[in-house]
Write a protein that binds this ligand. Structure first.
Ligand code: ADP
Ligand code: MG
Length: 703
């Protein structure tokens, strides 16, 4: 038997959470801290000093020697700089361990090297991190020893956001304000706050670390840039929900325990569709906590994998030809008194508040489909969205049979009089209980699916932060709710106005609803007829951030100033170009230093065998045929490699970030594909013992 885990004892043991605070802080300080979270009063420096002291004492009990402001710059991952608690040595030669309120609340790391999109010249390097009171501090253990991590926001000297968290918090406030206006219209005067709840399902691959290290592409770029499919892929679907292998199981056990200690409620684990692919889903939480927790999850996955001799691949498409990884962003709206605004109840047609909210969300998604799509763009996700696999890059909403039927009634007749009931699934044997069936089946192909009491946005990349998609979701829905509230607050007959507005919104935005198979060519054509945007690469998707529509939207709701938004676009263009350049250079390197020499040495041996056979008076026909084939691909490789080198040089001359990103997409990625194709064919022919790195088969099936 494996070792027992006492989950309730370890859950949250490394988190400075509410119960720790309540137990350790003086009553007044604790009260003031909550007043600060609720925005009633600012935290005073005296209170901050008391909290900092207790936090430090608690962290030291956990073995911490250092603290860090933990933040999420625009690199996609997290950043930290560790400071020890020690003071300057006393005359006695001893040191004290100190941590002040000021050190807790703010810090000024030298931040000149984080992406700022021109917001901050390197000579004005000041960037500030500020404590996010809403996300609890935690002690994280690693090879450096336990460290007290304080979740913070990161902004420039002039106050512009340089991170993922600041706009997220702003968008939450915007949405809260507008959603409350709607609730008040329906006579709800008890709810004080509306918060987006998010559960982010995380997909990932695990491969053997020794083999991983032998592949420069995986090490430098996180994905394989060469690699032929083995005879077996995922066609049998035998990995999906399959029995978890021992080595993976012991990784998952460790991962769960680490996450639980950090207060991350890891809940569901299973094998995914592709071989070596897995998934972890936590229990949903407030979106800013969910965002922090997802970053932590990714960090801990990599660390625990390392300890198990594995490498965790979070890339969106580590292997061509099998499924890639995404992050399903499950999103709903919850009030502070526990009401889920996306819960339709048993008879949605009678739930006017729900129908109004639903209509508002449909409108938001339709009007800003381009921004939602952009929010899921990252370099790796380009290999999935609209490219080598589903989901398509077209945003549409799946409502399911029950809601679609209600919406249809509303559009057609102006009122809805019935809801399709949820049925009973007859199991046809008395040995099994009959099962209560949902009113709606699932649709795995929809990028934005209603799943009972939440929307599941399925486009997000597995390696990416979930902050940007939620910033967009929160803001576009805030705008929609604001327009609804503006109209209904001045209506003389609320019921009538509400009814008319629901019908109007549904009628105007019904084109965004699609319940069919989103992976088909027909849908692509149909979507085009409906006028829905289909942007299949990041270099073009980022343009959406620079539109007047986007600048106006984010400006009006105080989420991004124009400068901030444009700087984010620049950062993303630059990231696209840089990452693609690294991939291109890695391919040049691997083809020149590894693959081409390997093929030549194989050819040398085949040629020698041909000569030997000939000497014996036999025709070396097999050898000749093989040589013809390999040499033709070898030439193709060399030519493609030269073209790639030349085109990369041209890229360096382009100065405009947007133009450059598009050049990388339109030219460089095409060159890369041309270099890969002959190499992958060669891998199928050349004797395995010549091939310079582990194959797909080695990586995917021998974990
Ligand atoms: P599936 O893969 O079947 O869609 P999972 O159980 O893997 O489902 O993941 C569902 C995710 O949705 C979990 O993270 C869960 O906590 C989250 N979730 C459930 N209810 C809500 C809700 N009301 N709002 C936001 N997220 C939710
Ligand atoms: Mg799942």
């Amino acid at each position: 038997m494996s070792e027992k885990t006492d989950v309730s004892a370890i859950f949250g043991e490394n988190v400075f959470n509410d119960s720790v605070m309540r137990a350790r802080l003086p009553k007044n300080t604790y009260k003031n801290f909550h007043a600060a979270i609720d925005g009633i009063r600012e935290l005073t420096m005296e209170d901050a000093d008391v909290i900092a002291h207790e936090m430090k004492e608690w962290a030291i009990e956990k073995g911490a020697t250092h603290y860090t402001h933990w933040f999420q710059p625009l690199t996609g991952s997290t950043a930290e700089k560790h400071d020890a608690f020690i003071s300057a040595p006393l005359p006695s030669g001893k040191v004290l361990q100190q941590f002040s309120g000021k050190e807790l609340i703010e810090s000024e790391p030298d931040a000149s090297s984080f992406p700022s999109g021109g917001l901050r010249a390197t000579f004005e390097a000041r960037g500030y991190t500020a404590w996010d009171l809403t996300s609890p501090a935690f002690v994280r253990d690693s090879a450096t020893g336990p460290i007290l991590c304080i979740p913070t926001a990161f902004c420039s000297y002039t106050g512009e956001a340089l991170d993922q968290k600041t706009p997220l918090l702003r968008s939450m406030e915007a949405l809260d304000k507008q959603a409350l206006r709607i609730l008040r219209l329906f006579g709800n005067d008890h709810s004080r706050k509306v918060t987006p709840s998010v559960g982010a399902e995380q997909e990932y691959f695990l491969v053997d670390r020794e083999k991983y290290l032998q592949r420069k592409d995986l090490v430098y770029t996180g994905r394989t840039l060469f690699g032929a499919m083995p005879p077996k892929g995922q066609e049998l679907d035998d990995h999906y929900f399959g029995v978890i292998r021992e080595r993976i199981g012991s990784f998952m056990k460790d991962l769960n325990e680490e996450l639980w200690k950090l207060g991350v409620s890891a809940k569901t684990q299973h094998n995914e569709v592709a071989p070596a692919q897995h998934e972890l889903a936590p229990i949903y939480a407030e979106v800013n906590i969910a965002t922090d927790n997802n970053q932590l999850t990714m960090e801990v996955m990599k660390k625990v994998a390392y300890r198990h001799g594995l490498a965790c691949l979070l890339h969106e498409k580590p292997f061509a030809g099998v499924n890639g990884s995404g992050k399903h962003n499950n999103w709903s709206l919850t009030t502070d008194d526990g009401i889920n605004l996306l819960d339709p109840g048993k008879t949605p047609h009678e739930n006017i508040q729900f129908l109004l909210i639903l209509a508002g969300i449909l409108k938001a998604v339709d009007v800003h489909a381009d921004l939602l799509r952009e929010s899921a763009s990252c370099v790796g996700n380009d290999q999935r969205l609209g490219a080598n696999e589903a989901p398509p890059a077209i945003i549409s909403v799946f409502l399911g049979d029950q809601l679609e039927d209600v919406v249809r009634q509303l559009i057609d007749t102006g009122s809805a009089t019935s809801s399709l009931p949820s049925g009973t699934l007859r199991t046809s044997t008395s040995a099994l209980p009959n099962i209560r069936k949902d009113a709606t089946d699932r649709n795995r192909t929809s990028p934005f699916a209603f799943t009972g009491n939440k929307f599941e946005f399925r486009m997000v990349g597995s390696s990416d932060s979930i902050a940007p998609p939620n910033v967009v979701l929160n803001t576009i829905v805030a705008e929609s709710f604001c327009e609804i509230a503006d109209e209904l607050e001045k209506a003389s007959d609320f019921d009538l106005a509400c009814h008319d507005l629901i019908k109007k919104l549904l009628t105007e935005h019904q084109r965004i609803i699609f319940n069919g198979n989103g992976y088909t060519k027909e849908w692509e054509e149909e979507a085009k007829r409906r006028g829905l945007p289909n942007i299949n690469c990041m270099a073009y998707a980022v343009d959406m951030l620079r539109s007047d529509k986007a600048i106006d939207l984010f400006g009006r709701f105080g989420v991004f100033s124009k400068t901030e938004l444009l700087s984010r676009a620049d950062i993303k263009y630059e990231a696209y170009s840089k990452q693609t350049a690294i991939e291109a250079k890695t391919m040049i390197n691997m083809s020149g230093k590894q693959i081409i020499p390997a093929v030549m040495s194989y050819e040398g041996d085949v040629a020698a065998s041909a000569a030997a056979v000939k000497e014996l008076g036999e025709e070396p026909s097999v050898q000749t045929e093989i040589l013809k084939e390999t040499n033709s691909d070898l030439k193709a490789m060399q030519a493609a490699r030269t073209a790639l080198i030349q085109d990369l040089k041209k890229a360096e001359e382009i100065t405009d970030d947007s133009v450059k990103a598009k050049y990388y997409h339109d030219t460089i990625t095409v060159d890369m594909a041309a270099l890969r194709a002959p190499a992958d064919r060669l891998e199928m022919v050349v004797d395995k013992e010549y091939w310079p790195f582990p194959s797909y088969g080695d990586l995917l099936f021998e974990v």
